[in-house]
Design a protein around this ligand. Structure first.
Ligand code: ACO
Length: 430
């Protein structure tokens, strides 16, 4: 017999609730019948204690710093795999065999071009529009071209829709960058690898070809793998919530992109480098900033530190710290921001404020420095995060639709406003 939790309510009601156990012995109390049986709801701002689904995609143990995609440790995937292989794994549940991978890679490379009419959409944005807005709008606009991709029906078409999304997001991202620097768009080339093609679209110009550096290509591959999924975070939950209304996969992913943009989520990578730059311009001293971060009356936070789930070193940050050193060395980049970052990290990790609150550096703490070293401009950092996260969002969207227990997302609230009162004509209002 499965375990039960016993709930005794103040009005004398008593309820037994099933306790579910996850693969790693995680426990969850199933409250899905709570309101129906008792009239009570639960209150959990920020969903800190709330599981919204059962998922078989990503396992994250924040206390022990463990991250696995479909059971494979992130360290192994980072060392051995390619981004498209990881994308296949997340979406399909298993690593592809040779033929499956060949077909998947080919399908993605065949879909990198966007409809020529979409080129003109870029003209409508101002040159300094943030590329995340452009990215989200363009991904949403794909719904207008692939009208068959409506809600649940598109699960059958997900093979093609996921290839389109994974492919076109790189083209759109690169075009958004070209728009921001006033350069002509560079079209995708099928013969290039996924990362090489993106780098070429970003950095080639008609006047001269782009010379691909294999070190940069491999680093980008690794960065995309590390960002590929992270279970039920703000943007993945957004994709699921939007998708639960039967919105199509393009609209759902476009919403995820906007959720990712916020500085407390994916936007943190841009904020980290801006913070490091500010400290650098301020003379490089960190103590003032550490004190500001600890001051509860100050809004300043040490960006790239702290995570809702990780209460230990983020395993992705561990990998990136090593990569950061390697890439900077190999490319001969001497970045003063790295020095500041390492000082901040060392000080914070030995400071009681951060120790007590279990605030460790996350992957965002290092990605900015690596992006800078490989030539990605600051306002594209969160776009880079989005490129990596697309397969994860697709996998979450698909899993949500395939789960017979899922319903349209519609949380409840505890109303604490005015009780009923009568309308007063404006002349009688004070
Ligand atoms: N600097 C200083 N203090 C911090 C920081 C930080 N970066 N992060 C958390 N704290 C403090 C809070 O002030 C709070 O202190 P208190 O208990 O004395 O009130 C305590 O640590 C707990 O923080 P919460 O905000 O309650 O934790 P929550 O889980 O809600 O927030 C979050 C997590 C949003 C990531 C937070 O740590 C933060 O703002 N970090 C900086 C932004 C950032 O780097 N975000 C990227 C996250 S990773 C990602 O999404 C890709």
């Amino acid at each position: 017999m499965s375990a039960i939790a016993k709930l005794s309510l103040p009005d004398g009601q008593y309820l037994e609730l099933p306790v579910l156990t996850g693969t790693a012995n995680e426990k969850a109390i199933d409250i899905s019948k709570l309101r129906k049986k008792t009239g009570y709801i639960t209150l959990d701002p920020g969903f800190v204690n709330t599981g919204t689904c059962e998922s078989a995609i990503t396992f994250l143990d924040g206390e022990n710093g463990i991250l696995q995609f479909r059971g494979y440790p992130i360290e192994q995937l980072a060392a051995e795999s390619t981004f498209l292989e990881v994308a296949y794994l997340l979406i399909h549940g298993e690593l592809p065999d040779k033929t499956q991978l060949y077909n998947f890679v080919e399908r993605v490379s065949l879909h990198a071009m966007i409809h020529e009419d979409m080129r003109h959409f870029f003209d409508g944005f101002s040159q300094n529009a943030h590329p995340m807005v452009i990215l989200s709008s363009m991904i949403s606009s794909l719904s207008a071209y692939y009208v068959e991709a409506s809600g649940k029906a598109s699960i059958e078409d997900l093979e093609i829709n996921s290839a389109r999304l994974i492919a076109k997001v790189t083209t759109i991202a690169a075009f958004a960058y070209k728009k921001s620097v006033g350069q002509p768009f560079v079209y995708p080339r099928d013969e290039l690898s996924y990362c090489a093609n993106f780098l070429n679209m970003m950095f080639a110009v008609p006047a001269e070809p782009y010379e691909l550096d294999p070190e940069i290509e491999r680093t980008l591959e690794l960065l995309l793998i590390l960002h590929a999924d992270h279970e039920q975070n703000c943007s993945a939950s957004t994709v699921r919530v939007v998708g639960s209304s039967m919105a199509n996969v393009y609209a759902s992913v476009a919403s995820g992109i906007l959720a990712l943009w916020g500085p407390l989520h994916g936007g943190a990578n841009q904020q980290v480098v801006q913070m490091l730059q500010q400290i650098h311009e301020d003379g490089g001293g960190i103590s003032k900033y550490i004190e500001m971060a600890k001051n509860q009356n100050s809004e300043f936070r040490l960006m790239g530190f702290g995570h809702r789930v990780y209460k230990n070193f983020d395993p992705r940050a561990k990998i990136l710290k090593v990569v950061c050193d390697r890439v900077l060395n190999k490319l001969g980049v001497n970045d003063p921001l790295l020095e500041i970052a390492l000082k901040l990290e060392k000080t914070a990790l030995s400071d009681d404020y951060f120790i007590e609150r279990k605030l460790y550096p996350t992957l965002d703490f290092y990605t900015g420095i690596i992006y800078r070293a490989i030539g990605i401009p600051v306002n594209m950092f969160t776009v880079m995060f989005a490129l990596g996260r697309v397969p994860g969002w697709i996998a979450q969207w698909k899993e949500m639709h395939e789960d017979p227990k899922q319903k349209i997302a519609r949380p409840r609230q505890l109303y604490v406003g005015q009780s009923e009162r009568s309308y007063k004509p404006i002349a009688e209002r004070l």
